[in-house]
Design a protein. Structure first.
Lengths: 437, 334
C-alpha cells in the first residue's frame, strides 16, 4: 500500500514536471506565433496557459490496442486545437494530454480519477471500459471534473445523477431495441431469447424480448445459461423443439461462438443475433466459419468507416494506421471539451460545464447533443452481418428508425459539405423509413 | 420424443466427459482420501497442450489426415498431464501426507490457482478457438427430418470413454499394479509391510488419473470448440459432484455418477420449464389464464435452474445414501 502511494506520488510529480517542461519548451514558439497574427504584440510570452486534458484507458494488457486507439483520438484533437492557437479568457492556451493507463482494472479507475483531480486537469476523456468508468465517475463528480467517455456503453454510467459525466456513444439498452427492430424487418414471427445471466447479457436480452413482444412478435423460449458454460446443447435442443425463426443471445463471443456452433450441429437453421459483446472478429474462429455466416450483431455507435473523411484522413496522416473502433468518439469527446471551454471563455470546469451540457456540435461521428442524463441524443446503433468472416455494416438504427448502411453513408456524404447544418442526418433518416429486405 | 432422445444423447456425451474426469478424483480419493481439487486444471492443461500441438501442425501444413493430427496432439497432451500430475503429488501432496486433513485440501485449491495462472501466462486469457479439423458428420437417429441427431464427435467421445473405463477396470482388477493399488487403498501401512512400494503406487495413481484427464481435456476442447484457462474449474466441480453422487472412492460409482449427472443436467435444462409450467394451473386463477394467452410457456423455473436441478438430485441422494449410490459405508472417512 505504502509503495503504491509512493509510486502514485512519483507519477504525479513526474507528470507535473513533464507538464511544466512542456509548457516552458513551447513558450518561445508560442510567443513567436502570437506575434504572427499581429493582433497582440503586447502579449508577453508567460501569459500562455497550459491546460491539461486527461486521457484514460487501458494502455497495457489484453485490450491495450483499443486503449491506444482511444488515446490517439484524443491526441489528434488536442494537436489540431493547438494548431488553431485558441484564446480562452484573453490568454493563449496550450493544451496538453495526460495519458493514464487504467489497465482495464475497475480498481484503478478511481485512483486515476483522483490523480486528475489533484493535478487540476481541465477535463477528462475516458475511460474505455464501463466497469472502470463507473467507479471512476463518482470521483470525477466529487471534484467537479467533467468526464466524457467515448466507449462506455453500460446504462448505469449516466443513471447515477452526475451532471458532469457524459458519453458520446449509445447505451446497451438502446442496442436491444435496435436489434429487435432489425429482426422485425426480417419478418421473423417467433424468436428464442437466451442470456448469460450477467448484468450486461440479461439487460440486453430483456430489452430485446420486451421490444419484440411490443412489436407483436412471439418470444418462445426465454433461456438462460452462464458466462462460464461450455455446453449449450440442452437449452438449444429445447429451442429446436420450438422451431423459432431467430435466436438472440445476450452474452460475449467466448460463449456466443460455441453456442452458435452447437446450434448448427443440432440442425437449428434460425438466424442468430447478438449484441456488441459477440460482435467481434473472433466469432468465425470461435463458432466455425460456415456456422457464423449470416449472423446478425449490433454495436453502439458507428463503424469507423462512417466517421467524417477529414477525421479519417487526419488520423491516417498522423499515425499511419486506420482507427480501430472508438477513436472517432474520443476525438469528438476531446473536441467537445475544447468547444465548451471556448464557448464559456474559461477552462474552469465549473464555468464551462453548463456550456458542455447544452452543447450542439458537429463532430467526426455526426451531430452531438446531450440529454439531461449526459447521454448522447439520438445515438446511432449499427447492425452488422457476418459475410465471409467479415462483419459487414448493413443498417444504422437511430431514434428508432433503421436505415440501410449504404443509404446512411450516402446521406452522410451529402450532408458533409454543408457541415454547418446541425440536424442534417435526423430528418433525412426519417424520410427513408423502409429497410424491408 | 425427438427432443427427448436428443437431450438423452447430449446428456450421455456430457456425462462421458464427466465420468472420465470423475475417475481421476475418485482414484486419488480411494487411495489417499484426498480430494484433488487441482484435477480439473490438469484437464485444462491437457486441452491447452493439445490445442498448441494442433495449431502448430495445422499451421505447418503437415499433410496428415485430421484424425492423425488429433491423435498426435492427444499423445503429446497425455505425457505432459502425467508429468504435471506426478509433480503435483511429489512436490505438494507427499510432504503433507501425514499432516491434518485440511492442509492437503487447501494445498489442492492453491495448486488449482497456480495451474490456472501458469496457463494464463502461457496461453493468455482469451478463449482459444479449437481448430475444427475433423469434419463434423451428423447422423439422424429417427425418421423425422428435423429429428434427433448424433455427430461423429459425440460417437467418438462416448466410444473412447467406454474403452478407457473398460481399460481402467482391467488395470485395477486384472494386473499386479492394480492389486497393489487396491491393497494400498484398503490399508497403506499394511500394504507397505507386504512389500508394496506405497509411494510408487500413489504416484502411479496420480499419473493414470492425469492421463485420463488429458484425454478428457482433448475431448472437451474438440467437442465444444473452445479451450480457456479457467475451463477446468467448472468441469472439475461437476466431475467432483459426479464422483460424490456415485460414491467417491468407487470406480463404478464415478462412471455411473458422471453419466447420471450429464443426463440429469440435460433433461433438467430441457424439462424444468415444462414441469413447472404454471399454465397447467390456469383453471385455478383467471389472472394466470390471461397471462398464459400471451405466454404459453410461463414457467416457475427456467433453464437457469439447470445446475440447481443437478445439485438437488445430489442432495437427495446424499440424504438417503450418504456414501453415494455405489459407495460403501465407511465410518471414519470424509
Amino acid at each position: 500500500m505504502r509503495v503504491g502511494h509512493r509510486i502514485g506520488l512519483t507519477l504525479i510529480a513526474a507528470s507535473v514536471v513533464a507538464m511544466y517542461g512542456c509548457g516552458q519548451k513551447e513558450e518561445p514558439k508560442k510567443a513567436a506565433e502570437a506575434v504572427a497574427p499581429a493582433a497582440a504584440p503586447a502579449a508577453p510570452a508567460d501569459e500562455a496557459v497550459t491546460v491539461t486534458i486527461g486521457s484514460a484507458g487501458p494502455l497495457t494488457g489484453e485490450i491495450a490496442h483499443l486503449g491506444k486507439d482511444n488515446d490517439n483520438g484524443v491526441r489528434l484533437a488536442i494537436d489540431q486545437a493547438n494548431d488553431k492557437h485558441l484564446k480562452i479568457g484573453g490568454k493563449l492556451v496550450k493544451f496538453t494530454v495526460d495519458s493514464q493507463d487504467d489497465q482495464a482494472d475497475p480498481k484503478l479507475g478511481p485512483t486515476i480519477a483522483q490523480k486528475y483531480c489533484d493535478e487540476k486537469a481541465a477535463g477528462v476523456v475516458g475511460h474505455l471500459n464501463s466497469g472502470v468508468t463507473i467507479p471512476a465517475s463518482a470521483v470525477y463528480h466529487q471534484c467537479g471534473l467533467p468526464m466524457i467517455s467515448g466507449s462506455a456503453t453500460n446504462p448505469k454510467l449516466t443513471e447515477q445523477g452526475f451532471n458532469d459525466i457524459f458519453r458520446v456513444v449509445g447505451r446497451d439498452d438502446q442496442q436491444g431495441p435496435a436489434v429487435a427492430e432489425y429482426l422485425k424487418s426480417l419478418n421473423v414471427k417467433k424468436v428464442a431469447v437466451v442470456d448469460d445471466a450477467t448484468a450486461y447479457g440479461e439487460g440486453l436480452a430483456n430489452a430485446v424480448a420486451d421490444t419484440l413482444k411490443a412489436q407483436g412478435i412471439t418470444v418462445d423460449a426465454r433461456e438462460k445459461t452462464t458466462d462460464k458454460a461450455t455446453d449449450f446443447k440442452a437449452i438449444l435442443t429445447k429451442i429446436k423443439g420450438r422451431a423459432p425463426d431467430a435466436v438472440f443471445y445476450g452474452g460475449m463471443d467466448a460463449t456466443g461462438g460455441p453456442m452458435l456452433r452447437q446450434a448448427r450441429e443440432l440442425g437449428i437453421k434460425a438466424v442468430f443475433a447478438f449484441g456488441d459483446g459477440a460482435c467481434t472478429d473472433t466469432m468465425p474462429k470461435l463458432g466455425g466459419d460456415k456456422n457464423v455466416e449470416g449472423m446478425i450483431c449490433s454495436q453502439a455507435g458507428l463503424p469507423v468507416v462512417a466517421a467524417s473523411k477529414s477525421f479519417l484522413d487526419a488520423y491516417k496522416a498522423k499515425y499511419n494506421v486506420d482507427p480501430i473502433i472508438y477513436a472517432p468518439f474520443t476525438y469528438d469527446a476531446a473536441n467537445l471539451l475544447i468547444a465548451a471551454m471556448v464557448k464559456a471563455d474559461s477552462t474552469d470546469p465549473a464555468k464551462y460545464l453548463p456550456d458542455l451540457q447544452k452543447i450542439s456540435y458537429d463532430g467526426a461521428t455526426g451531430h452531438i447533443e446531450f440529454d439531461d442524463k449526459g447521454d448522447r441524443k439520438n445515438a446511432e446503433i449499427t447492425i452488422f452481418r457476418m459475410v465471409n468472416d467479415k462483419l459487414d455494416p448493413i443498417a444504422v438504427v437511430k431514434g428508432g428508425k433503421s436505415v440501410k448502411f449504404a443509404d446512411f453513408m450516402k446521406l452522410a456524404a451529402a450532408s458533409a459539405p454543408a457541415e454547418a447544418a446541425p440536424a442534417a442526418a435526423a430528418p433525412a433518416g426519417s424520410m427513408k423509413e423502409e429497410p424491408k429486405k | 420424443m425427438d427432443t427427448f432422445i436428443q437431450q438423452l444423447v447430449n446428456g450421455v456425451t456430457l456425462g462421458s466427459v464427466y465420468a472420465i474426469v470423475a475417475l481421476g478424483y475418485t482414484m486419488v480419493y480411494g487411495i489417499i482420501q484426498l480430494i484433488n481439487f487441482a484435477h480439473g486444471d490438469v484437464v485444462m492443461i491437457g486441452a491447452m497442450v493439445a490445442y498448441s500441438v494442433i495449431a502448430v501442425l495445422v499451421g505447418a501444413h503437415v499433410s496428415l489426415p485430421p484424425l492423425a493430427i488429433v491423435v498426435i496432439a492427444t499423445l503429446f497432451a497425455i505425457p505432459v498431464c502425467m508429468a504435471v500430475g506426478y509433480a503435483l503429488e511429489r512436490v505438494a501432496y507427499r510432504p503433507l501426507r501425514n499432516a491434518p486433513r485440511l492442509a492437503p485440501l487447501i494445498t489442492a485449491i492453491g495448486l488449482s490457482i497456480v495451474l490456472e495462472n501458469i496457463a494464463l501466462i502461457i496461453w493468455g486469457r482469451a478463449p482459444l478457438p479449437y481448430p475444427q479439423i475433423i469434419e463434423t458428420v451428423t447422423y439422424r437417429l429417427t425418421s423425422h427430418p428435423d429429428g434427433a441427431t448424433i455427430t461423429n464427435v459425440q460417437v467418438a467421445i462416448i466410444g473412447i470413454s467406454i474403452v478407457m473405463m473398460a481399460g481402467l477396470l482391467v488395470l485395477i482388477y486384472r494386473t499386479k499394479i492394480g492389486v497393489a493399488m487396491r491393497a494400498t487403498a484398503q490399508n497403506a501401512q499394511v500394504a507397505g509391510l507386504m512389500g508394496i512400494d506405497v509411494n510408487r503406487v500413489i504416484s502411479i495413481t496420480f499419473i493414470i488419473g492425469s492421463g485420463l484427464a488429458a484425454v478428457a481435456g482433448v475431448m472437451d476442447g474438440s467437442y465444444y470448440g473452445v479451450a480457456h484457462y479457467q475451463m477446468g474449474f467448472i468441469l472439475g466441480l461437476k466431475a467432483f459432484t459426479a464422483a460424490v453422487l456415485g460414491g467417491i472412492g468407487n470406480l463404478g460409482g464415478a462412471m455411473l455418477g458422471g453419466l447420471l449427472l450429464g443426463v440429469i443436467e440435460s433433461l433438467g435444462a430441457g424439462y424444468v420449464g415444462e414441469f413447472t409450467n404454471l399454465c397447467h394451473l390456469s383453471g385455478w386463477s383467471h389472472a394466470l389464464a390471461l397471462r398464459c394467452v400471451s405466454d404459453p410457456h410461463l414457467a416457475l423455473f427456467g433453464s437457469n435452474y439447470q445446475d440447481v436441478f443437478a445439485f438437488v438430485v445430489l442432495i437427495l441422494v446424499l440424504v438417503f445414501r450418504p456414501s453415494g449410490l455405489l459407495g460403501e459405508r465407511v465410518s471414519d472417512r470424509a
